[in-house]
Design a protein around this ligand. Sequence first.
Ligand SMILES: NC(=O)c1ccc[n+]([C@@H]2O[C@H](COP(=O)([O-])OP(=O)(O)OC[C@H]3O[C@@H](n4cnc5c(N)ncnc54)[C@H](O)[C@@H]3O)[C@@H](O)[C@H]2O)c1
Length: 269
Amino acid sequence: MKLQGRVGIVTGAGSGMGKAAVDEMTAQGATVYAVDLREDALAEAFGNNESVRSFAADVTDSARLAEIISALEQEQGRLDVLVNAAGVSTPNREKQQWVDGINHEMIQAAQEGREYHPDFLSGISDEDFQRVVEINLHGTFFMIREAAPLLKQTGGSIINFASVAGLMGLPMPAYYPASKAAVVGMTKAVAAELAPFNIRVNALAPAGINTAMFAASGEDHMQALLALQPLKRVAEPEEIGKTVLFLASDESGHYTGQTFSPSGGAVMV
Ligand SMILES: NC(=O)c1ccc[n+]([C@@H]2O[C@H](COP(=O)([O-])OP(=O)(O)OC[C@H]3O[C@@H](n4cnc5c(N)ncnc54)[C@H](O)[C@@H]3O)[C@@H](O)[C@H]2O)c1
């Protein structure tokens, strides 16, 4: 058991790669505090898993995150692993449909050899930009800040979710790559700051992973992404759960400040 006796906290745990991370960690002996906006998703995902304690919370609410860490400290007395998987690609469903429409137009034009210049910039309101950056970047920062004092007591591992969108130049609404590139930068700074406490900090920058977020972005988007990948398949969230387990465990003891890209080779670092 790679995480026997260890305690973790995972955000975005109700779905996709966050859920897969919790499943892998608890299967290897960890107790995990699962955090997600959606209480129903947490109940469905972990109703039968006795190693999980679920907390409905918005990662943009730093006071609520502090409460959860405080409960964890009182109940467990230690924290070994923090996984920041909560994230969104658009601020809401309506904006997702708007992005899908433009993606569809872009792909169709490319297939027909027509010129088409997408306009994402003028369609992004102040509130849209703020909401995505608040969830993906501020939420990740809040969680790290609140968890660090407890992690420092034992040493541990932090795993942040970035995206290939933060590493490559792809036409899309700028809030997403802006937030994810910032997560990569923050990962390096925090890795340097926390190394003296034997806390390792790494990031994952996935491309197409078969989750609710990816399905919501539509078939067109999937085909366009696969065209960029030497490995022509979408990965399953369980595969990424295993990478999280590796980064959470002592097996990855000499890796810190790194960004690993499960992207079928779309990004080769
Ligand atoms: N799926 C992909 O292809 C892909 C590619 C690159 C990066 N990512 C990143 O990986 C991470 C996990 O994505 P996924 O594909 O598993 O997504 P997902 O949509 O399946 O799961 C994300 C979870 O985060 C939760 N969440 C959203 N906003 C929240 C908030 N404000 N507070 C708390 N929880 C919140 C959702 O309820 C959901 O359960 C995200 O950060 C995402 O940006 C995903």
